[in-house]
Design a protein around this ligand. Structure first.
Ligand code: FAD
Ligand code: NAP
Length: 487
């Protein structure tokens, strides 16, 4: 190929690397391939999608709760994109370890980082480091069978506090309180089922620092709490404070109105004498509680024995302020679900206060605030860890639009041949997985589900199982790379 071959033609397509195969990365790749410039034949693109996990789909696989099959089903749409064959998938490839920015610049004309977020935001209160105090994101990774977290999770507490009033807090509280047998229809790995089955939990308390009209969770997810069998929901009348600003929020936002309606109905239906409730587990929803300290005691030094909150009151602006009244709850475990936080990427500028790659509409900026030519970002690493899967589509569209706008001025790759990156990875001994590898792993996981379904039971419970997840990274890689594994 002549060095003068124009870039973006069939002979020399525009080479784009997308790092991260969560929804943001897959949508970005899809939107680029379907852009007007490509459809009209004005531009030819060639896209490689990398992920540090052997399997694609990011938080849809390792964040969305296993008992949310409808949401997990969004992978069917992403599957169709990657199954077309015009976007190559390289799993088990870590940007920063297996590939550097120089490698990507050498092989691609543009790079889109779509690396999301997987870690908990910090909660800086005394005692947060005690044994029995956990990050919600870590628990999510465990129950969703993340390959890089321990297979063991200590579920020894009878009483548990969950801090936060977002959808992750509800996921964590629901997974902690739901009976394990009711999760068997889902794709939960066997180690997760066994640990949940043995959990002695009786009471899970969820604490929001503002009022019922200021929650961040959503109506469907709230109502779902009442569908857990043998789990009673308990609310507290003193937490139901609504000021003028709350009324305004309720009137102006249908979601808020629905949720406040649900909560007030629940509390109205609740028996005055709570001993009339009969479920073996209880899920308590508390509002206007701001966490102050996690503490241990003389009986179990170094271990969580309780949590102290300051009661709050609404301040008329939608926020809450402390009242000076403190209240203790004896619990043996604390889960903070106060948001995720993005991780810095080697050799890329990072905003440590927001946990994002600094960018202007997806154009990645350097320390001086200037766009780094050819480098882009999308999804949670671009705008922070808030928003649904669907929101990453709009994000990706914005980023891709800028990339296309810049296409005449991209720093061109020195080694754009598609086989060069394969040779580089192979030469470095990187055991990358492919789309065909994912299809093999997908089939294997479904076969595990079929086997359990054919047996008519799983762990002694009569269920049909669509899939059972493979957890260890080495097993995922082995199956993906073609080893015959017995089901
Ligand atoms: C617990 C939880 C439950 C959720 N449930 C729902 C739900 O029910 N419905 C809904 O609409 N939304 C839900 N969301 C939100 C949704 O998951 C996000 O909006 C979405 O996943 C963000 O997409 P993303 O592609 O930016 O990031 P991610 O999904 O996090 O994908 C990022 C990808 O980048 C990869 N990556 C990271 N670093 C590197 C690296 N150095 N090298 C290579 N690859 C890398 C990761 O492995 C990952 O695959 C949930 C979020 C959480 C946290
Ligand atoms: N089923 C689903 O659709 C689903 C499931 C999971 C996640 N998601 C989405 O994923 C995104 C992330 O969810 P998330 O729950 O991690 O984040 P989130 O929606 O931002 O909620 C974070 C919660 O933590 C609270 N919080 C933050 N700092 C705190 C502190 N220091 N002390 C006490 N409380 C604190 C916040 O309270 P304040 O509001 O007072 O700040 C808020 O209630 C959201 O967009 C969510 O909708 C969706």
């Amino acid at each position: 190929m002549s060095t003068n071959t124009p870039v973006g033609t069939a002979a020399r397509p525009l080479r784009v690397a997308v790092v991260g195969s969560g929804p943001a990365g897959v949508y970005a790749a899809d939107i680029l391939t379907k852009s007007e410039a490509v459809k009209s034949g004005e531009l030819t693109v060639s896209i490689d999608l990398f992920d540090r996990y052997p399997a694609p789909y990011g938080l849809i696989r390792y964040g969305v709760a296993p008992d949310h099959p409808r949401i997990k089903g969004i992978v069917n749409a992403l599957h169709k994109v990657l199954d077309r064959g015009d976007i190559r998938f390289f799993g088990n490839v870590d940007y920063g370890t297996d590939l550097s920015i120089d490698d990507l610049r050498t092989h691609y004309d543009a790079v889109i980082f779509a690396t999301g977020a997987i870690k908990d935001a910090d909660l800086n209160i005394p005692g947060i480091e005690l044994e029995g105090s956990y990050g919600g994101a870590d628990f999510v990774s465990w129950y969703d069978g993340h390959p890089d977290v321990s297979r063991e999770w200590p579920l020894e507490a009878k009483e548990i506090a969950v801090i936060g009033n977002g959808n992750v807090a509800l996921d964590v509280a629901r997974m902690l309180s739901k009976h394990a047998d009711d999760l068997l229809v889902s794709e939960i790995p066997d180690n997760v089922y066994r640990a949940l089955k043995d959990s002695p939990v009786t009471d899970v308390h969820v604490f929001g620092r503002r009022g019922p009209a200021q929650v961040k969770f959503t109506p469907l997810e709230l109502r779902e709490l009442s569908h857990s069998k043998d789990v009673d929901i308990i609310l507290y009348a003193e937490d139901f404070e609504f000021d003028a600003e709350s009324d305004r929020q309720i009137q102006s936002n249908n979601q808020t109105k629905t949720m406040v309606g649900t909560l007030t109905n629940w509390i109205a239906e609740q028996p005055e004498d709570l001993s009339e409730l009969t479920a073996s587990r209880r899920l308590h929803l508390h509002f206007l509680h701001s966490p102050v300290e996690v503490y241990d005691d003389a009986e179990a030094p170094g271990r969580v024995a309780g949590i102290k909150f300051e009661r709050t009151e609404l301040d008329g602006t939608g926020n809450a302020r402390g009242t000076g009244e403190f209240v203790d709850y004896p619990v043996q475990a604390v889960y903070r679900a106060i948001g995720y936080f993005g991780s810095a990427l080697p050799e890329v500028e990072f905003d440590h206060s927001k946990g994002v790659v600094p960018n202007d509409g997806g154009r990645v900026l350097d320390a001086a605030g200037t766009h780094v030519p050819g480098i882009y970002a999308t999804g949670w690493i671009k705008r922070g860890p808030v928003g649904l899967i669907g929101h990453t589509k709009g994000d990706a569209l914005e980023t891709v639009t800028y990339l296309l706008e810049d296409r005449e001025n991209l720093p061109l790759a020195a080694t754009p041949a598609p086989e060069a990156i394969v040779e580089l990875l192979a030469g470095r001994g990187v055991e990358y997985t492919s789309w065909e590898g994912w299809l093999a792993l997908d089939e294997h996981e479904r076969a595990l589900g079929d086997k359990a379904s054919a047996a008519g039971e799983s762990h002694g419970v009569a269920v049909q199982r669509e899939r059972i997840k493979v957890v260890p990274r080495e097993d995922m890689v082995e199956i993906s790379r073609g080893a015959a594994v017995e089901v």
